[in-house]
Design a protein around this ligand. Structure first.
Ligand code: FAD
Ligand code: NAD
Length: 474
């Protein structure tokens, strides 16, 4: 094998592996370096997303949602199933099977596209050389272009040191083998709510300790308030806002957490504690000093709007650069960079990157929310529609939540769409497409939506922007 490539990608998460495949499709001789190993010490492609992120968390969310429906909702449909029990090791095994299937799938895609897969730790040297070290051997490769897709790692806090026995990060939290009786979670962000929901549905008593006084600040205020009520009241997750953890102490079986809440000191003992206080770019020692790679004050690789770094022909994408830490954002940037390298015009529209939180109900949004519209001094109008007035949602026993659309009051162009409700993760795609095409709320209002579907709630929200929703009083 030659040690010279057109492109070397460092990192095989959704940013890197997608960039590598697209480069290869465009006829570029491409290698992808990745150092991830599975529990058996075997290389496993797909990065955080496939190994310990998006996919395994959604597998567990799906299993537990089914269990929760069987235990709580089937009776409403006249279905009796007796006592519902969940075999947790089997559930984890199913999740591991899906991960293995998909990570091996990436290896297959690399092979089919003739991407050279190099296992080891990559480090950028000067002149676009890449050192790959396996621990035993070090090799140096050369490339005309390098794409850095090194991803992110969990933020750690000194008061709760992760041991992945009792104090868990996302890796440990996805591998709990027995439902904890009492589960503590630090951080009411995306991971805290998703993984808190998994174990809450299996009967764990879940307490979430969130430092901020606001619940889900990026989410539209009205929807965040409704979501908080559903999670706290209907699902009995104890979400404590404004709670600061000051100490943790573990013994063999439990962890005692001390925190201040409402100006008083409290202590709680949990069978497991998940720490989910954010992620940081995985950029330590990724480049030699004389390579010239610049990081910003947050440790992210500095890039311009085309993902170009401080070094000519070296690009960076995904969690390691600015913007939301989301798999689809990483992949989108990966494709755009590959196409630029191949001399094509590439387009990255960060304004239409959707967010989804896979709780029940799901939360999804794209574009700006009302508070941001106010801050930006935009003259806007809104329309909302509750799922309680949507026939399909009622047929599904899914009455909670709503869709809110925000449009420019002068031009009617859609500025943001926010959904709390069933299948929000799928429904948001219509809003993303509409915004990508600069649609107005009238464009969506004039589009035929199949009946009976949840998407009719999007249609009604668009009609409501103009005060003419058909199935609610405007
Ligand atoms: P990563 O996926 O982190 O991949 C980076 C890869 O590079 C890794 O394999 C790493 O080992 C390797 N690497 C790093 N440095 C080197 C080096 N020097 N040499 C060789 N290899 C290196 N996002 C969503 O959009 N939807 C979700 O539902 C979702 N759920 C999530 C759930 C959890 C629990 C977590 C933790 C994250 C979730 N995310 C989700 C976020 C998503 O996983 C990340 O945004 C995404 O993986 C970022 O992709 P990336 O390619 O930038 O980096
Ligand atoms: P997050 O940023 O979503 O939430 C972290 C929360 O922890 C915040 O609410 C923050 O205020 C709080 N916090 C920070 N320090 C704290 C402290 N000392 N005590 C108590 N609370 C504290 O981060 P996350 O949940 O760890 O997830 C990391 C990232 O991974 C997400 O931002 C997202 O980009 C990605 N992710 C996405 C999905 C998805 O798309 N569905 C799912 C999981 C993760």
């Amino acid at each position: 094998m030659s040690n010279k490539f057109d492109v070397i990608v460092i990192g095989a998460g959704p940013g890197g592996y997608v960039a590598a495949i697209r480069c290869a499709q465009l006829g570029l001789n491409t290698a992808c370096v990745d150092d991830w190993q599975d529990a058996d010490g075997q290389p496993s492609l797909g990065g955080t997303c496939l190994n310990v992120g998006c996919i395994p968390s959604k597998a567990l969310l799906d299993s537990t949602e089914k269990a929760s429906h069987a235990a709580h909702d089937f009776a409403d449909h006249g279905i009796s199933v007796g006592n519902v029990s969940v075999d947790v090791p089997k559930m984890i095994e199913r999740k591991d099977g899906i991960v293995s299937n998909l990570t091996k799938g990436i290896a297959g895609l690399f092979k089919a596209n003739k991407v050279t897969s190099l296992h080891g730790r990559g480090r950028l040297l000067k002149n676009k050389q890449v050192e790959v070290s396996t621990g035993k051997e070090v090799a140096v490769y050369e490339a005309d272009h390098v794409i850095m897709a090194v991803g992110s790692v969990p933020v750690s806090i000194p008061v709760a040191k992760v041991d992945n026995e009792l104090i868990l990060d996302n890796v440990g939290a996805l591998n709990i083998k027995k439902t904890p009786k009492k589960l503590g979670v630090i951080g009411a962000g995306v991971i805290g709510l998703e993984l808190g929901s998994v174990w809450n549905r299996l009967g764990a008593e879940v307490t979430i300790l969130e430092a901020l006084d606001t619940f889900l600040p990026p989410v539209d205020k009205q929807l965040a308030r409704e979501a908080q009520r559903i999670f706290s009241k209907d699902q009995a997750m104890d979400i404590k806002l404004g709670a600061m953890v000051t100490a943790t102490r573990t013994n063999k079986k439990s962890v005692r957490v001390t925190y201040t809440y409402k100006d008083e000191e409290h202590s709680d003992t949990f069978d497991a504690l998940i720490v989910a206080v954010g992620r940081r770019p995985n950029t330590s020692d990724i480049a030699a000093d004389d390579a010239g790679l610049k990081l910003d004050e947050h440790g992210r690789i500095e890039v311009d709007e085309h993902c170009r770094t401080s070094i000519d022909s070296v690009y960076a994408v995904g969690d390691a650069v600015s913007g939301p830490m989301l798999a689809h954002k990483a992949s989108h940037e990966g494709v755009a960079v590959a196409e630029q390298i191949a001399g094509q015009a590439a387009h990255i529209n960060h304004a239409t990157v959707p967010w989804v939180i896979y709780t029940h109900p799901e939360i999804a949004w794209v574009g700006i929310n009302e508070e941001q519209a106010k801050q930006q001094g935009i003259n806007y109008k809104t329309g909302f529609f509750p799922f309680a007035a949507n026939g399909r949602a009622l047929a599904m026993n899914e009455k909670g939540g709503r869709i809110k659309m925000i449009a420019d009051a002068d031009t009617d162009r859609i500025l943001g769409v926010h959904i709390l409700g069933p299948n929000a993760s799928e429904l948001i795609a219509e809003a993303v497409l509409a915004m990508e095409y600069s649609a107005s709320s009238e464009d969506v209002a004039r589009t035929v939506h199949a009946h009976p579907t949840l998407s009719e709630a999007m249609h009604e929200a668009a009609l409501a922007v103009d005060g003419r929703a058909l199935h609610k009083v405007n």
